[in-house]
Unconditional design. Structure first.
Length: 343
């Protein structure tokens, strides 16, 4: 399998790289289609500008398993589980038998043979093997309707199903995420709603979607619209997760102000972000979700944490509920300092 191009981003190390691109929409980058793949690479992108997002299929080329050929473990420990191990295929761990990655990125714009992206979580230099447009009608399954009693017949469900009261209708229209099911002998169920219109009385709907009744292997019936699917995810993904408070000491706050895409001071010139405000927001969005590994959090929590955000080298320190940004210096200056120290 050959690559069609390589990602260019500010993530040069795993430290500070978001676990998902949705962590920060400011994480920008580019994908340039290789001329070795197409004689006219820009032709392959015609029509792609009509889509707001694309799926990117890539290779985890920095994985140690690829380099040393070690057997991939069948269980891994996602950071959210604080050391508990579960099956690798129940996670998005990069350590997989076949090191293929998938991410959803926003298309900022397309120029010739290059796609300008945001919402990236991919390391700089990562090989991309395919891209596909994101199409909600195909890629975003809608949830099924309300649970109905397994003791009711299909006709009884249609005749007797009770919808939320008028007092709750406005809440449902505004995408409330917990609604009660039909009255039945079973426990009251709650569902996460993607398409809530199917829960409303027919008179309150904007469309005339025909209701259907579906039954699963356990005998439970659902009231919903045709071709809908019930979507479930692992319980641990929904556990209480508090974002950390990010604070900046005065030195770091002043250093950030020197960064800009338009500055004449080359070490402080941003490549992907526009100004110091975007830089500050990007730093906050990454650090607030605690990018540290479980091992780092548990074994050496007092150590300083380093990450790169665009052309800025950030030094931070984590506490239980806060993370303090101590220094923000140009990457080039830090590299020169490190080189001098190593001599």
């Amino acid at each position: 399998m050959s690559s069609l191009g390589y990602i260019k981003s500010w993530f040069r190390h795993k430290n500070g790289t978001p676990r998902q691109g949705s962590v920060t929409t400011l994480s920008r980058g580019t994908l340039k289609i290789d001329k070795a793949v197409f004689n006219n690479p820009h032709h392959s992108l015609e029509g792609l500008d009509e889509y707001s997002h694309i799926w990117i299929f890539f290779i985890f080329n920095k994985n140690g398993e690829i380099k040393d050929g070690n057997h991939v473990k069948s269980k891994v420990a996602p950071p959210r589980l604080n050391g508990k191990r579960i099956g690798v295929f129940a996670t998005r761990s990069p350590h997989r038998p076949n090191p293929l990655g998938l991410t959803l990125a926003h298309v900022e714009y397309i120029k010739e043979d290059c796609i300008y992206l945001s919402g990236l979580d991919i390391l700089d230099g990562t090989p991309v093997v395919d891209i596909k447009p994101y199409i909600p009608e195909y890629d975003c399954p809608q949830l099924e309707g309300l649970y109905a009693s397994p003791s009711l017949s299909d006709s009884e469900v249609n005749d007797n199903a009770k919808y939320p009261s008028k007092d709750n209708i406005e809440a449902i229209k505004n995408d409330t995420f917990s609604i009660k099911s039909c009255d039945s002998d079973t426990d009251v169920q709650s569902v996460s709603c993607v398409n809530l219109e199917s829960r409303l009385p027919v008179s309150e709907r904007n469309s005339e979607s025909k209701e259907s009744v579906y039954q699963d292997g356990a005998g439970r019936k659902y009231i919903g619209v045709k071709n809908c699917q019930q979507v479930t995810t692992a319980e641990w993904l929904h556990s209480v997760h508090s974002s950390l408070q990010v604070i900046y000491n005065p030195i770091a706050a002043d250093e950030i102000k020197r960064f800009s895409a338009a500055t004449d001071d080359e070490p402080y010139r941003l490549q992907f972000l526009r100004d110091d405000k975007e830089l500050k927001n990007a730093i906050r969005s990454v650090l607030s979700e605690d990018p540290r590994s479980t091992y780092r959090r548990e074994k050496c929590p007092s150590l300083l944490y380093y990450l790169t955000v665009d052309t800025a080298h950030v030094t931070a320190w984590f506490d239980d509920t806060t993370v303090e940004v101590l220094r923000v210096r140009p990457v080039k200056n830090v590299a020169v300092m490190q080189e001098n120290c190593d001599k």
